[in-house]
Write a protein that binds this ligand. Structure first.
Ligand code: FAD
Length: 475
């Protein structure tokens, strides 16, 4: 058939993985085409993920902080929520970033084609062009011939088949649309995304139930960190049902009636105005006809890759959510750079010592490297340095001294192997721990580094000093 476009490198999907790969490849001189079905670049992260959620979480955090000001002698009235204006603010944030990406693509002469791509063979992709603001398919198809390809088609929310198809049953994308503020809301799934959305909606006034199948919220984080979050947050929710699942649901005029089963299941069905399903994400590997290119996709839809992000087909790479956990934007970006460089013939490898995780809740919970739970599981001997923010002058001045900073060191080498922080701005603070782990810093390196006083960041240096056994009483 006819070929409408030719390139050295095709990138399928324009999320953080895809755009990072396309831009790096173009900077290295490759003629690059980026195929994206949505009308804007940036994928899940910019359009319906990291960025809109953080715009709303910032608003929620400020609302909570303003309430707390009454104990500082400053009082405000009840918040007046203008949902249209809040939505417009969030959309403006997205618009600024996605149009910035479009400009960066143009500046690098990365050609973008808007449509849904499927592989025809190992050197051709067929794109069904899309139009409108969503991804309405047109009848027009164009074929791209490529020398090399990077698959960055991402993931989507897991759907619970027993829930009714109803506008009041949404995934994170639906919740971020902010169509209305429900009186009663159910969040199914107590992971990071569910808890972040619960934070936003509870600040806006929704009465929220959270149901979680396992025995813990925010799985993956050390319990001592999560406990601090729980202490501050459990009172803002109506109930948190652990070891419990949503078993069935019926859409009625007055709401979605959900029946539960498990430890904390209420005996009667409960009625909700909004049900958010946040039980995980599933990779898009089965939707791109990868088999026609000879690319292996596992039964869950993940594409196996080597340390250069190469699939089983030597000139086709894959990155981001579609290659596995953790499904995080910063992982996708770094994998994108490796894949683009490897596609260009460079000896780049994805060899990292840590990938941080952050729950942008209030307070934030952040961790990097090994957790204490992982150290125990793996039988790794470690020394712990914990600095409570109750001893941080800045945290006290902020009225937010509930947090702590914890660093873990290899007992034999004293090198840092992990760290966790709970408290305001923990997500920003964890960056130093990430750098320390990558650089192989030890407790003395971190403890002897002069941190500015008075900052929350000092807590990292002080936690290292605690581990090193020479705690100062600086605050
Ligand atoms: P994606 O961002 O999923 O992008 C894939 C792109 O490919 C999409 O634009 C899609 O339209 C396109 N595509 C797919 N198939 C085709 C096709 N056949 N043809 C054409 N185009 C196609 N991560 C963080 O690190 N920090 C956070 O704070 C954070 N918050 C999140 C909050 C929410 C609510 C959600 C849902 C996710 C969040 N994530 C966060 C996860 C983050 O969004 C993902 O890890 C990241 O977007 C993955 O990037 P990616 O490049 O692999 O794919």
């Amino acid at each position: 058939g006819p070929v409408e476009h030719e390139c050295q490198l095709l990138v399928l999907g324009s999320g953080p993985g895809g755009y990072s790969a396309a831009f790096r490849a173009a900077d290295l001189g490759m003629k690059t085409i980026l195929v994206e079905r949505y009308s804007t670049l940036g994928g899940v992260c910019l359009n319906v993920g990291c960025i809109p959620s953080k715009a709303l979480l910032h608003t929620a955090a400020v609302m909570e902080e303003v309430k707390a000001m009454s104990s500082h002698g400053i009082s405000y009235g009840e918040p007046q929520v203008n949902l249209d204006a809040l939505r417009a603010h969030k959309d403006a944030v997205i618009g600024q970033l996605t149009s910035g990406l479009a400009g960066m693509a143009k500046a690098r002469k990365v050609q973008t084609i808007r449509g849904v791509g499927v592989f025809l063979d190992a050197n051709h992709l067929e794109v069904t062009l899309t139009e409108g603001s969503g991804w309405d398919l047109t009848t027009k198809k164009e074929v791209v011939r490529f020398e090399k390809a990077i698959i960055a088609a991402g993931s989507q929310s897991v759907v619970l088949p027993f829930l009714p198809v109803d506008p009041r049953v949404v995934d994170s994308t639906g919740a971020l649309k902010l169509s209305s503020i429900p009186k009663r809301m159910l969040v199914i799934g107590g992971g990071i995304i569910g808890l972040e959305m619960a934070t936003v909606y509870s600040s806006l006034g929704a009465k929220i139930d959270i149901v979680e199948l396992s025995n813990t919220l925010m799985a993956g984080a050390d319990r001592d960190l999560v406990k601090v979050w729980e202490k501050m947050n459990l009172s803002r929710f109506n109930q948190v049902m652990l070891n419990t699942s949503a078993a069935s649901a019926t859409a009625k005029e007055d709401g979605i009636w959900v029946q539960f089963k498990g430890d904390k299941a209420p005996s009667d069905a409960q009625c909700y105005d909004l049900v958010l399903v946040a039980v995980g994400r599933t990779p898009n590997g089965k939707k791109i006809a990868a088999n026609q290119a000879g690319v292996l996709v596992d039964e869950r839809g993940f594409i196996p890759v080597d340390q250069q992000m190469r699939t089983n087909v030597a000139h086709i790479f894959a990155i981001g959510d579609i290659v596995g956990q953790p499904m995080l934007a910063h992982k996708a970006v770094h994998e994108g750079h490796v894949a683009a460089e490897a596609a260009n013939g460079l000896k780049s490898y994805f060899e990292v010592k840590q990938i941080p995780s952050v729950a942008y809740t209030d307070p934030e919970v952040a961790w990097a490297g090994l957790t204490e739970e992982q150290c125990k599981e793996k039988g790794i001997a470690y020394t712990k340095g914990l600095f409570p923010w109750a001893a941080s002058g800045r945290a006290i001045a902020n009225g937010r001294s509930e947090g702590f900073t914890k660093l873990l060191f290899d007992e034999a080498t004293h090198r840092i192997i992990g760290g966790g922080i709970v408290g305001t701005n923990a997500g920003d603070l964890i960056g130093e721990v990430c750098l320390a782990i990558e650089m192989g810093a030890d407790a003395v390196d971190i403890g002897k580094t002069i941190h500015p006083h008075p900052t929350l960041g000092e807590s990292v240096g002080l936690a290292a000093e605690v581990a090193h056994g020479s705690c100062t009483d600086l605050p």
